[in-house]
Write a protein that binds this ligand. Structure first.
Ligand code: 4G1
Length: 246
């Protein structure tokens, strides 16, 4: 998959895209991340990319011209790409959306800055807006990194053969069970006995119960859309009586 990111701060992306799973995905060619600096496309004398807002008000607005020219240059090389603006008005990033984007051959991501982007650049060049959440950012770059990370996991081969994108928390809509590694005891804190038992059926049911308990306690809203069977519902009922007794 090719992801081309249009930004005025390409230097922000270095270590995030060179480390760990994303770094490996790029080395193996499964993920081709291209950074396009918008500034060289500016036709103004000082290569400005921002200007004062018409109508007044605080802050600056990203100019349409450098973005439209950068987009035209990039789009010519990848005409079928889905062109996404990272911004707070968009459809919220989620696991289903990440899976959908991972099926694309090419994405172009536009990162805003300052108070936002001249609306004409968005109208002319963008297919859709996507948001990573309801809070204020100083720029779209961090959102582009979050989206890229989240999408890359669903590209076949990006996770090692041991890991599956579906086995992680949220894939069945539940939080993860607690994890432990060596040593068996640390400062008087022991690893739950069941995990040392070697009884895999018992371990599986313990983990399922822990997932259900964590979800009921910390994110009960997730239970509404979780994939639950009759045995899960029975466990949740038991957990509820536990809560009301304590
Ligand atoms: C109005 C949030 C403005 C922000 C309302 C989620 C936030 C990109 C995102 C803003 C941004 C709210 C995102 C705000 C984002 C241009 C430069 C827009 C940064 C910018 C709730 C600033 N998901 N925000 N405006 O943060 O880019 O992707």
């Amino acid at each position: 998959m090719i992801i081309n990111i249009l930004t005025i701060f390409p230097e922000m992306f270095g270590s995030v895209f060179s480390t760990s799973i994303l770094g490996r995905a790029r080395e193996t060619g499964l993920l081709d991340i291209r950074l396009t600096d918008i500034r060289p496309f500016s036709r103004s004398k000082h290569k400005n990319t921002d200007d004062y807002p018409f109508g007044g008000g605080a802050g600056m607005v990203m100019m349409a011209q450098p973005i439209m020219d950068a987009m035209a240059s990039v789009s010519a090389a990848m005409p079928g790409a889905r062109r996404i603006y990272l911004g707070p008005r968009g459809r919220k990033l989620s696991t289903p959306l990440a899976r959908e984007l991972a099926a694309e051959k090419e994405l172009i991501l536009l990162c805003g800055h300052y108070e936002g982007v001249d609306q004409r650049a968005l109208d002319a060049c963008i297919d859709e807006e996507i948001s990573i959440g309801d809070y204020i950012l100083t720029g779209g770059e961090l959102a582009a990194m979050v989206l890229t990370d989240c999408v890359a996991r669903f590209i076949p081969g990006v996770l090692g053969s041991e890991e599956s994108p579906e086995e992680e928390s949220f894939s069945d809509g539940l939080l993860e069970y607690p994890q432990y590694t060596r040593p068996r005891e640390l400062d008087g804190r022991a690893v739950p006995e069941v995990l040392l038992s070697g009884n895999h059926a018992l371990i599986r049911s313990w983990r399922r119960r822990e997932s259900l308990a964590a979800t009921a306690r910390f994110r009960p809203d997730l239970l509404e859309s979780a994939a639950l069977d009759d045995s899960d519902r029975k466990i949740l009922k038991e957990l509820k009586t536990c809560f009301s007794e304590s």
